[in-house]
Write a new protein. Structure first.
Length: 100
């Protein structure tokens, strides 16, 4: 019962944080994320595509790699601000990527 209540609270917190937009997501890990993986970028699939580098996200109590990909910006002149990890007093914080 107690475990289910904690899981529900964690899920609700995640939904609320996600609804707030491209803000930071606190991760209770004191271990830093691994170094980024090297990637072969290749050729864009068409005009106007932008390469988004891969990054580590927090999944199931550990870091999981999200591969880089080609995407088309949502509007003309949009610039991708890459996600990043920042060390803080209580652990590492993930700042989501967003279009500016």
């Amino acid at each position: 019962m107690h475990r289910n209540l904690l899981a529900t609270a964690a899920l609700a917190l995640g939904v609320i944080a996600n609804a707030c937009g491209g803000g930071a997501l606190y991760v209770s890990s004191f271990a830093p994320p691994p170094p980024p993986r090297a990637a072969v970028v290749g050729v864009a699939p068409g005009p106007g595509f932008v390469w988004i580098d891969g990054f580590y996200e927090w999944r199931g109590g550990r870091y999981g790699w999200v591969a880089g990909r080609w995407v088309r910006p949502p509007r003309r002149g949009a610039i991708w601000v890459a996600p990043h990890w920042a060390q803080e007093r209580r652990g590492w914080t993930f700042h989501r990527g967003y279009w500016r």
